[in-house]
Ligand binder design. Sequence first.
Ligand code: MSP
Length: 588
Amino acid sequence: MVTTPIYYVNDKPHIGHVYTSTVADIYARYKRLQNMDVFFLTGTDEHGLKVEQSAEKRQIPAQALADENSLVFQEVMKSNEISFDDFIRTTDERHTTQVQAFVEKLLKSGDVYLGKFEGWYDEGQEEYYTETKAKECNYESPISGKPMVRMEEENYYFKLSKYESKVKELLETNDSFLTPKERKNELLQRVNDGLNDVPISRTNFTWGIPMPGDEQHVIYVWIDALMNYITAIGMAQDGEEKQKYWPASIHVMAKEISWFHAVIWPAVLMALDLPLPSRVHAHGFWIREGRKMSKSLGNFVDLTVLNKFSNHYGLDGFRYYLATEGPIGAQDANFASSRVQEVYGTDLVNTFGNSTSRTTAMCVKYFDGILPEKSDDNSKIFEGYDWKSICEKEAAEAVCAYENLELNKATQAAMRIIAKVDLFITETEPFRMAKDPNERENLGAVLYQCLEALRISACILEPILPNKVKEMHAGLPLYANESDSMEKRLIWGGIKPGTTVSKLALFPRLDPLDENGEIMKEAQAPAASKKPAKKSKTKVKKVYSPETQAKIDAQGALIRSMKESGKTNDDAEVAEAVKILKELKASE
Ligand code: MSP
């Protein structure tokens, strides 16, 4: 079972929501490709004071507001092709009845009791803080900056204190429970301050699930929300088949809700005598121009902007950016349209797209698109290019990276293979071989090895680029059967001689967008696509990353070999290659 947090219906969808879902989606697709029986859950969190107040303001019932906004989230998930298996709403009857059943169980076991409480309350977050934490924050909400309120309530409490040592032990000893590992210290510090019992009911509003046996109280939104993970699979319903999906393999979310998922939630599950999820992954935040996105700054990358980016670059093109540049680890990541353009241009147009189009075009030109007999002869190894072991090594790294949710590392493994294919073409010069009838066999072998290496790269990228890979499969078969596992797909030798290949053009060259997703006019385009202004007479040699340098070298060698074979700058092929070289140089 893979889950996203259920999205809060009082807010509008933005890049944070789309990102969390995309990460979970990539992981779910990767696991499905391993032939695992995946249950991918998402949904909406619909109760609480703020929803009640927003509905009052609009003079509509809270349920109507929740219906309207939940639909928006459902549409966002669908339009972003998030491959969820179930969408749970906390107002679903299947959810509310089971939450009541679980709370009843906790009342019976004594893990929930009625008591009095006085403490510092963050009204915006609907969350109490300990004296230490409140003092640390200067008695102001760390989220909204508004003053915390001193509150006294008679409430139902969850006996969190009883689980303090067990939660501490979980965090201290199980390194794979909470990732990235940097989150552990943040939480342990707070746990070490001591865990107080937490109120899990409210009386100051009514928009929530009634406390069983005491309808004056409604169940606190966080307890209500967390339980979605077990109500969706019917953990409180006898004979429900989906119960097999518990415990979850992973809960994906951003860092600000790791406390609830890695401290409160395990304690609640312990009290319910249920197994704990295997992993909680709390990624960083998308930020903008170095600042947190917030309502007060009004700087969200909102749905309108997001849609412009995914329409322009294609869903896969934009997903690739989210996967490679997103805040998957401990750090936050800055959203920048210039980076979307650079990443798309460098990796997808100039590397993946260009290599695929060149290689398939050569196959069509020299062999009428049919891979010749014996082209897969494994004894034909060109010096320095043992493709089988190159691909095996990179594929193993990619699988390991997916497992650790290091999405950028997975794409880098694929990009390294592709950059090597380009270098291989430069060195073996298939266009020269094509002129020599004695080199037919070698030419077939070179093309086979390029196509096979590209096939493996595509299979590595499939969870991130599902649509593009499908498109590629139509021109260059990537697997024999849809049901073939990723492991099988990544084995060298998948393409067979006799296979028909057609020319592929996967990623069109595109104009850059500005921060609001509008197409940039010539004059506004970044320096990369304009003539650089002459600044100084001293020539400074630019230093590129090893990956870009390898691509630049390969491209340079390609141009040289074209010229050696008699072509000039006026040739379309040379002009295209020079353009790519310029773009590569401008990409960093
Ligand atoms: N409803 C709760 C979750 C309950 S789960 C039992 C909630 N919802 S939320 O809509 O506010 O946030 C949904 C997800 O988006 C969370 O993972 C949250 O951390 C994530 N993000 C919200 N802002 C974000 C960024 N700026 N960047 C990345 N993800 C962020 O919390």
